[in-house]
Design a protein around this ligand. Structure first.
Ligand SMILES: Nc1ncnc2c1ncn2[C@@H]1O[C@H](COP(=O)(O)OP(=O)(O)OP(=O)(O)O)[C@@H](O)[C@H]1O
Length: 577
């Protein structure tokens, strides 16, 4: 907040000092492009959905204001809000089909929208539309005699975009978006409905981009399809963010404050001498900064000069929930005849299995036996080809992972999926969101989960990117536990741990199980498994080959054969004989 006030103050002072109309125009453009950059940042910076098509919304905003004035005699004071509505509706319509695509495909598909609009507006005959001059009541039509008012209006718009970004950053909205950006699958499994958050991000982002476009039209008084729908407009949004810093509200402001004047001055100074050279210099400046500070100037400066020691959270953790008493022999999870193939490979083959409430149920089997596939089918990452899966009597086949998490099934991953640019507490808090609508309560739940798995308060403030394997495993466990699941799926959570660390994690799992959570665990470390599990299921080549108490299963000849191979079982038998 103080920083925003500081920026406003500095801008006003510079605006008052500058007396050339040209430099005042540059200042106005700085805040307009910063607003467009902030709009892009809301979707692409926080959510990681890289858009090459924000010109679509910018152009719609510009044309709405212009056509409203030319055709309907509507003042830009109303035209800009109308443009925002048009932009938001367009965001919704664009998001519906485009969110089905991921990564580069999403980015490229976004590129198509402004290009299509460019041709549509040319075809409609709006190649060059000029805003009519209204000399009688200039202020009522946003045509001020003092052009500095435009710069102030732009500043107001940028401040609104900054405040919106701040609200996004500090809320579960922003955390959910950052989680989606850093690991979409983990975010889904932690109960974050990725669709629910992506769409508001798109609509908000489109609204601000359209507002920036609307003001741009008012300032320049002339609109053509290439200047508002052109690739350069989308590129500008992306470039100011990449240059200044992606995923932070200051990035677009820094980027626009440096690049816009640079581009204009180069154009003015060099453009007349060697036409086109300004583009080369501008491009080199951008390449240089991206090579030197790939995440943008903001992050480089922050890491270099403002790196803060991890903050120890002071909030009181949520109290222990009452221990859920298990109903004796109640089958919490029941799989019947579940199969899943990949091409000709039957990764799970007609598996039927029941997990009793209040137990620790182990799944073992050689590499490639289908254990992880079984978890993926249970938590909704994969659909079974046949069979039924019931959780507490409810059929969960076909539900998305976040719905399955909400139903009470949490999970961890064989390869840790933390959100690296978040602290441990933030990571775990994303897991707690499904348990409560209150953000503060979610943090208290997260602290409770952090305590429960045995991470310290100091560790809670650390960034996930620098953690050891023990801390990462405990972080994932805490993130799953923070949702207070009834069933926890743990996929090789002990892999990669030393002896002492392994004991610590085993103890944490025991504590969680004693708290009333049912646990289904995949593990290769047999000495840990036989101590943890009340029951063992053995898979081999996708099929269930044994199921029962550990003492029985570990003596089963088929199990020993699957693990060791027929040759070794025979040799051992020969030695005994
Ligand atoms: N998405 C996929 N596409 C194609 N094949 C797959 C896919 N996922 C798994 N498989 C194959 O399915 C079989 C079972 O794999 P899965 O990862 O479930 O085994 P696992 O028992 O968990 O093995 P590990 O102990 O090595 O983790 C393997 O042969 C694997 O190559």
């Amino acid at each position: 907040m103080t920083a925003i006030a500081g920026i406003v103050g500095a801008f006003v002072v510079v605006l008052l000092l500058v007396d050339s109309a040209y430099y005042r125009l540059i200042l106005t453009l700085v805040v307009i492009w910063a607003t467009l950059g902030l709009a892009w940042n809301m979707l692409s910076g926080y959510g990681g959905l890289i858009s090459f098509g924000h010109a679509a919304f910018f152009g719609l905003g510009a044309y709405t204001v212009t056509l409203a004035m030319v055709k309907l005699d509507i003042t830009p004071w109303l035209g800009i809000p109308m443009g925002v509505v048009v932009g938001m509706v367009a965001g919704l319509l664009v998001g519906l089909p485009t969110f089905r695509l991921r990564g580069h495909y999403f980015g490229l598909a976004m590129l198509a929208y402004p290009l299509a609009m460019l041709y549509v507006f040319e075809w409609l005959g709006y190649q060059e539309v000029t805003l009519p001059m209204k000399r009688e009541q200039p202020a009522a039509w946003m045509q001020f005699s003092d052009p500095r008012v435009h710069a102030l209006l732009g500043l107001g718009l940028m401040v609104l975009a900054l405040l919106a970004s701040l609200a996004v950053e500090r809320s579960r909205f922003g955390r959910a978006l950052r989680a989606i950006k850093q690991n979409e699958a983990a975010a889904e499994a932690a109960g974050i409905d990725t669709w629910r958050w992506k769409m508001p991000a798109m609509v908000l982002s489109a609204g601000f981009a359209a507002a920036a476009g609307g003001l741009y039209a008012v300032v320049l008084l002339i609109v053509t399809p290439p200047t508002v729908f052109g690739v350069l407009v989308s590129a500008q949004a992306l470039i100011v963010c990449l240059f200044g810093g992606v995923g932070t509200l200051w990035g677009p402001v820094i980027g626009a404050a440096i690049l816009v004047p640079l581009a204009e001055i180069l154009h003015g100074e060099l453009g007349s001498v060697v036409p086109g050279i300004q583009g080369v210099v501008y491009g080199l400046a951008i390449i240089g900064i991206i090579l030197l500070a790939p995440e943008g100037i903001f992050w480089r400066l922050r890491d270099r000069f403002f790196a803060r020691a991890p903050e120890v959270p002071k909030l009181a953790p949520a109290p222990d929930p009452p221990v859920a008493l298990a109903r004796p022999h109640h089958e919490l999870l029941v799989l019947e005849g579940v199969s899943r193939a990949f091409g000709g490979l039957r990764a799970i083959d007609n598996v039927s299995l029941a997990v009793e409430e209040g137990t620790v149920h182990g799944i073992i089997g050689p590499n490639g036996a289908g254990k992880t596939t079984l978890f993926n089918v249970i938590n909704g990452f994969l659909q079974p080809d046949s069979g039924t899966i019931r959780f507490d009597g409810r059929d969960i086949v076909g539900l998305r992972p976040n719905r399955i998490c909400r139903a009470g099934i949490g999970r961890t991953f064989q390869i840790v999926r933390a959100f690296p640019r978040m602290t441990v507490l933030e990571n775990v808090t994303t897991g707690a969101y499904v348990a409560t609508p209150d953000d503060r309560e979610a943090e208290r739940l997260a602290l409770w989960a952090i305590d429960r798995v045995g991470l310290s308060r100091r560790e809670a403030g650390q960034m996930a990117a620098g953690l050891t394997m023990r801390q990462l495993r405990l972080l994932e466990l805490a993130r799953a536990v923070a949702a207070r699941p009834r069933l926890l799926l743990l996929d090789e959570i002990l892999a990669g741990l030393g002896h002492a660390e392994l004991e610590e994690v085993v103890e944490a799992i025991r504590r969680i199980a004693r708290g009333g959570t049912t646990v289904l665990i995949i593990e290769h470390t047999m000495h840990a498994m036989v101590r943890l599990a009340d029951r063992l299921t053995v898979l081999d080549h996708g099929a269930l080959i044994a199921d029962g108490p550990p003492a029985e299963v570990t003596r089963d000849a088929a199990v020993i054969e699957a693990y060791l191979g027929r040759k070794w079982v025979q040799r051992a038998a020969d030695r005994v004989a």
